[in-house]
Design a protein. Structure first.
Length: 82
């Protein structure tokens, strides 16, 4: 099960999807992937940065496009200094 964590001042929100089921044609799984992609695009449009994390022993990789095959995506909102 893949997941995306959207960080915010209220904590983090987790969105999950099953890539394997979506590939096999499961309608609900495909809807979950589309919803995750929509959330990803909305966050990026607001200036958030996204990272793909595939294994604990590997460094996170910054991504600009949604990757439904990623084990985990972490979205960090834009931070304003002052």
């Amino acid at each position: 099960m893949a997941k995306m964590r959207i960080l915010s001042s209220l904590g983090d929100t987790v969105v999950e999807w099953d890539t394997e089921k979506a590939t096999e044609g499961d309608v609900e799984a495909q809807k979950a992937v589309k919803e995750a992609e929509r959330i990803f695009k909305d966050a990026r449009a607001r200036g958030a940065t996204a990272f793909k994390v595939d294994a604990p022993d590997k460094p996170a990789e910054r991504i600009d496009k949604f990757d439904k095959t990623a084990e985990q995506i972490i979205i960090v909102p834009r931070v304003a200094g002052g």
